[in-house]
Design a protein around this ligand. Structure first.
Ligand code: SAM
Length: 189
């Protein structure tokens, strides 16, 4: 499945947004997230905690911010493809009707080789040139978390219905309130 690349992370300013990016990436079926910026042990810990309780084998790694170009060069060297989410890009609706999008969607291998970049405060112009596709989720400024969720929902088949392996906790969908359980037999509110 796809890997998400977060370009830019400052511990003090970005901790919540970067954590949410990791959680959205995992929940919608990505294999992992790579974060170029200040290494943040608290984010690693909280994501590992979610994975250990809620399952899956999502991975998270930081790299120094200045290594981002090398990371993208290496990705392309290994024949990987890159989507960059940006309000300046081609509309996602147009991308969805493109044959390349359908090809990506229909092959696990193609999805595995796809990197989805989301930016932070300032995105260097070079990112647009590394990207095979610059994709906009509306042409309005909003949030990396919002654009990532919508993009992954459209790209990854059945992304709203993923069953994670090895989960200790699951939610029993309910119209009444919170219902979670540790295994099929032990239900509590
Ligand atoms: N001002 C920044 C720049 O230099 O482009 C963007 C800041 S924005 C808060 C952070 C990230 O949110 C962007 O890099 C992009 O990945 C994502 N984003 C925001 N609006 C978007 C949109 N309409 N479509 C796709 N991605 C968007």
């Amino acid at each position: 499945m796809v890997t998400v690349f977060r370009l830019g992370h400052r511990i003090f300013r970005d901790k919540r947004v970067t954590t949410h990016l990791a959680l959205v990436a995992r929940a919608f079926g990505s294999a992992g997230i790579r974060i170029a910026g200040e290494t943040d042990e608290n984010i690693i810990k909280s994501v590992f905690k979610v994975v250990s309780e809620w399952g899956g084998d999502f991975s998270i790694e930081f790299l120094p911010y200045e290594d981002w170009t090398q990371f993208l060069e290496d990705w392309k060297q290994k024949k990987g493809k890159i989507v960059h989410l940006t309000m300046y890009g081609e509309n996602i609706q147009d991308f969805q009707s493109n044959e390349q999008f359908k090809m990506l969607q229909s092959s696990r291998e193609a999805l595995k080789q796809l990197l989805v970049i989301v930016g932070g405060e300032k995105v260097p112009a070079k990112v647009f040139h590394y990207a095979d596709w610059n994709i906009a989720v509306t042409n309005q400024p909003h949030s990396e978390v919002g654009s990532l969720a919508i993009f992954l929902e459209k790209l990854i088949p059945n992304s709203l219905e993923i069953n994670f392996s090895n989960s200790k906790k699951k939610i029993k969908p309910s119209v009444e309130g919170k219902k979670t359980y540790f295994d099929e037999s032990e239900l509590y509110e």
